[in-house]
Design a protein around this ligand. Structure first.
Ligand code: CP3
Length: 341
């Protein structure tokens, strides 16, 4: 049986676009909240194969989405490199900030395999239960975005700490990026070996970088990861998500051999349709707030996206993760519209 998301990644346009949602396994689902409460900490949930597999499958069972995304987090890599990572309710991730070159040199050069082993076990478990038409996606954070959390120790509005660090100590910052590139290649290759059909690279904070820094810290490391993964798995299917890249998406796909780009809601759709979609598949780009609002605003937004992207290689998705307050009925309405209801 064919998998529509994989078909699009393989370069074919599909009549009714396949659909999934970034952060689809999460707090807007009561069944997720129930497992989350049982699991202990958020990282305990990420590293519990039975429960992580369960929450990976929940949105597939409820909505019949066309892709499942591994339940984990981009910050498991810093954790496996020896940095202290915790998630506190309401505050998001907290890490011990990397203050200087010495702190970067104090990290492990390679991840602790024992820490990540449960993630591969989660993949093997999900694989046995996933309906055959559902594409299974693995992921990791792109080095720039992961580094922003490692340097600042938390999420910040415009990633000033990491930008400043990269200006002041470019060599030390490059050493950190190198560690992340090498370990991300191995991590994604192992996810593929464990059974995912494709992988997505989340570069959530790419859009805060000026053009030269975008080239150096977003494009180049991502290019190296794609090349490294393909050296081990030549047919690997890879989705890039340099959020906020805007017209720099063109330069991104010139350099990085991704099969698709995920585009955020602020990106001009005419530009993407003309300059990007003829070259790679496009994924996106519903504003998560339009989904939260529902009603006519949601219907209009879905219709405009289908009109602009529906004629080519396209995977319907949000422009960023679904918000925890989103009513389930709005997700159902969005799916009905995308699927022609
Ligand atoms: O998409 C999925 O359903 C799969 C799982 C997934 C999570 N995080 C689970 C999660 C994925 C793909 C991610 C990616 C991720 N994690 C990114 C890149 C994409 C993005 O949304 O920008 C980033 C920057 C992170 C780091 C992170 N993890 C932050 C900033 C936070 C706190 C903010 C928030 O949304 O809560 C997390 C926590 C997190 N990761 C939760 C989930 C379901 C919520 C925590 C909880 O349930 O207690």
């Amino acid at each position: 049986m064919s998998k529509p998301v994989l078909e699009v990644l393989n370069g074919r346009a599909v009549n009714t676009p396949p659909v999934w949602m970034m952060r689809q396994a999460g707090r807007y689902l009561p069944e997720y909240q129930a497992v989350r409460t049982r699991a202990g900490s958020f990282l305990d949930l990420c590293f519990n194969p039975e429960l992580a597999a369960e929450v990976t499958l929940q949105p597939i069972r409820r909505f019949g989405l066309d892709a499942a995304i591994l339940f984990s987090d981009i910050l498991v890599i810093p954790h496996a490199l020896g940095q202290t990572v915790t998630f506190s309710a309401g505050e998001g991730p907290l890490l011990t900030p990397l203050a200087d070159r010495a702190a970067i040199e104090g990290l492990r050069g390679t991840v602790d395999d024992a820490v990540l082993a449960p993630v591969y076990e989660t993949i093997r478990r999900v694989k046995t239960e996933l309906p055959p038409a559902v594409t299974f996606l693995g992921f990791c954070g792109a080095p720039w975005t992961v580094a922003t959390y490692m340097i600042a120790g938390r999420g910040t509005a415009s990633q000033a700490p990491a930008r400043l660090f990269a200006y002041r100590e470019p060599d030390a910052f490059a050493a950190l990026i190198d560690i992340l590139v090498e370990n991300s290649i191995t991590y994604l290759a192992r996810q593929i070996e464990a059974g995912v059909d494709a992988v997505q690279l989340f570069d959530t904070w790419a859009g805060v970088l000026p053009p030269e820094e975008f080239a150096r810290w977003c494009v180049e490391p991502t290019r190296r990861i794609v090349e490294g993964v393909r050296a081990r798995h030549p047919g690997a299917r890879i989705i890039g998500f340099p959020r906020g890249a805007g017209t720099q998406l063109a330069g991104f796909i010139d350099a990085v051999a991704v099969d698709a780009v995920s585009v955020d809601w602020s990106t001009d759709r005419a530009f993407v349709r003309q300059a990007i979609q003829p070259r790679v598949a496009v994924q996106g780009n519903l504003d998560p707030l339009a989904l939260l609002a529902g009603g006519a605003a949601l219907d209009r937004s879905v219709a405009a996206i289908l009109r602009d992207f529906g004629g080519g290689r396209f995977i319907f998705n949000l422009g960023h993760g679904i918000l925890p307050e989103t009513p389930i009925a709005h997700v159902e309405r969005m799916l009905a519209r995308v699927r022609g209801g």
